[in-house]
Ligand binder design. Structure first.
Ligand code: GRG
Length: 303
């Protein structure tokens, strides 16, 4: 039993939501593709459709529903987060960053389509995702102020104070012994900001009241960090084959929650963050078995 949903209900929920997300992503690609020069379309398609848990859009949709939203167009909005996530992985795997050959059990995008196409396709996804979020919010009939708010959320989470800023800290931290406050700051930005924005965007699209948004925000911040701690534990305890990716943090000389605290203590911290996230949600007046189950899934996943 994963708190919130039984294991089989969670499996069914994730399978169903992933399918809906894949459909919305295929439609996003179909809209973006014709505006992209033909030679870059292969890299674009590879980066966006090569699998993955689709966690960010699923969190966004679950937050939307928890906040009372019911428009089916939420999937279109939610995949703007996955478009940013996809670009970040494509660029992260490039030789000038982590230089990875393997992602999601398959060769990385630049290994298949080359560095030039991967760089271009990734760059195209950034404004592509922003525009996509704006258009999706319009199609949902959301007021102009809400559309702008959603685009600001996505852009802020992706930018210098968020994911890109965190990636810069990550690159600068290679070979350094980072301590807990620095590691928290790095990961709140690099991984946490987009996960947190996933929750906030779902809430904003549903017109959640301020205390509900605060609950989603605190839940998002807590599970964002828990996600990273779980990632570090997996990185230290599972093989590249099991994880479907390389190189490991140790190969790259990165400080991790495991190098700082050890596997057991890191796992305990992740568990505490999950509980804090679920409590924050309830304090915000939101009841969601799906979000509760997702919080547990984030730290119990095997990939
Ligand atoms: C130009 C400095 C600069 C940055 C560009 C490359 C980049 C932007 C950002 C990298 C951000 C990054 C790689 C964050 C890691 C997040 C993370 C833990 C990814 C794994 O997420 P999962 O497990 O992946 O959700 P799946 O495969 O399931 O989609």
């Amino acid at each position: 039993m994963t708190s919130g949903l039984s294991e089989s209900d969670l499996k069914g929920f994730l399978g169903y939501e992933r399918e809906k997300v894949e459909d919305a992503l295929a439609q996003a690609l179909a809209a973006l593709g014709p505006r992209v020069p033909v030679e870059f379309r292969g890299a674009l398609e590879h980066g966006v459709t090569s699998g993955g848990k689709r966690l960010r859009p699923i969190l966004c949709v679950a937050a939307y529903r928890a906040a009372g939203g019911g428009h089916p167009g939420i999937y279109r909005l939610a995949v703007s987060l996955e478009m940013i996530h996809a670009y970040s992985l494509m660029h992260d795997d490039l030789p000038c960053m982590d230089d990875a050959d393997l992602r999601r059990g398959e060769p990385t995008t630049h290994k298949v389509h080359g560095q030039r196409s991967t760089t271009v396709a990734g760059a195209l996804l950034i404004p592509g995702a922003t525009l996509h979020a704006y258009e999706a919010a319009r199609a949902m009939g959301l007021p102009e102020a809400t559309r702008r708010e959603l685009v600001v959320e996505l852009s802020r989470a992706s930018g210098g104070g968020g994911m890109v800023g965190g990636q810069v800290l990550d690159l600068l931290g290679e070979g350094e012994d980072l301590q807990a406050p620095d590691l928290d700051d790095l990961h709140r930005r690099k991984t946490g900001a987009l996960l947190r924005a996933s929750l906030r965007m779902g809430g904003i699209a549903a017109g959640v009241p301020p205390e509900g948004l605060e609950g989603l925000d605190r839940y998002g911040a807590a599970i964002g960090l828990a996600f990273q701690i779980a990632d570090d534990v997996l990185d230290a305890t599972a093989s590249a084959k099991e994880l479907g990716k390389n190189p490991s943090d140790a190969d790259l000389g990165k400080s991790t929650y495991v190098s700082l605290f050890g596997v057991q203590e890191a796992g305990r911290k992740a568990g505490e963050l999950v509980s804090a996230g679920v409590t924050a949600l309830r304090e915000g007046g939101l009841e969601s078995r799906e979000l509760e189950a997702l919080a547990h899934y984030i730290v119990e996943r095997k990939r």
